[in-house]
Design a protein around this ligand. Structure first.
Ligand code: GH3
Ligand code: MG
Ligand code: MG
Length: 178
C-alpha cells in the first residue's frame, strides 16, 4: 500500500511543472485523448486556449530571469484560479500555457481567454513596473477532429494574435472538413 502511494506520488511529480506547480506538457496527453473520445461519442464540447507571454525575452533581459520566473508563476496561478477544477491547465513550453476546457463552446472559451487577458494586464507583478501581457489562440474541437489538428489550429490562432499586435484573443479558423 505504501509502495503504491509512492508510485502515485512519483507519477504526479513527473507530470508537474516545478516552477509553476501546474501540469507539464505530458500532463495534457491523457486528458486530451479522453476528452476527445468523449466528444467523438457525442458527449458535448471541448475547447482549448493557448497563451503565450508577449515579449517575454525583454522581461528577462530588463528585470532578470528571477523576475521572469515570477511572471510565469503568477500567470499559472491566474489561469488555475479562473478555471474550473475539471479544466486542465498545463505549461506547454517555456512561456506558453494550455488550458483544456471540457463542456465549453468556442464563444465561451473566447470569453474566458478575454478574462485571462484583462486580468493579466491588470496585474502588478513585483519587481516589474509595467504590465505584462499575453496573446491567446482559442479553438473548439470539431467532429472527427484529431488532437494534432486541434493543437495546430489553436497554435495558428495564437500566431495570428501575435501578428495582429499581441495582447489579444483570436479564435481559430474552423477545422477542415473530414
Ligand atoms: P513574443 O511576444 O513573440 O512571444 O516574444 P517573446 O520574447 O515572448 O518570445 P521568445 O520566444 O523570443 O522568447 C521566449 C523567452 O522565454 C526566451 C526564454 O529565455 C524565456 N524562457 C523560457 N523558459 C523560461 C523560464 O522558465 N524562466 C524564464 N525566466 N524565462 C524563460
Ligand atoms: Mg512569448
Ligand atoms: Mg513562446
Amino acid at each position: 500500500m505504501a509502495l503504491k502511494h509512492r508510485e502515485v506520488q512519483i507519477l504526479e511529480t513527473s507530470l508537474t511543472d516545478v516552477l509553476t506547480g501546474v501540469g507539464n506538457r505530458r500532463k495534457l496527453e491523457q486528458p486530451l485523448a479522453t476528452e476527445i473520445s468523449r466528444v467523438q461519442r457525442g458527449g458535448g464540447t471541448l475547447s482549448a486556449i493557448m497563451a503565450d507571454v508577449d515579449h517575454f525575452k525583454s522581461v528577462n533581459d530588463r528585470h532578470g530571469h528571477g523576475a521572469g520566473d515570477k511572471v510565469l508563476a503568477h500567470l499559472a496561478l491566474l489561469l488555475r484560479s479562473q478555471t474550473r477544477p475539471t479544466d486542465i491547465v498545463a505549461r506547454y513550453g517555456g512561456e506558453e500555457f494550455m488550458v483544456l476546457m471540457p463542456d465549453t463552446s468556442l464563444p465561451q472559451a473566447v470569453l474566458k481567454a478575454g478574462q485571462f487577458r484583462s486580468a493579466l494586464e491588470a496585474s502588478l507583478i513585483e519587481p516589474l513596473t509595467s504590465a505584462v501581457t499575453c496573446s491567446f489562440g482559442v479553438a473548439e474541437l470539431a467532429l472527427e477532429e484529431s488532437a494534432a489538428s486541434l493543437l495546430a489550429r489553436v497554435d495558428a490562432a495564437l500566431y495570428q494574435a501575435k501578428e495582429r499586435g499581441r495582447n489579444q484573443v483570436v479564435a481559430a479558423e474552423p477545422a477542415p472538413q473530414p
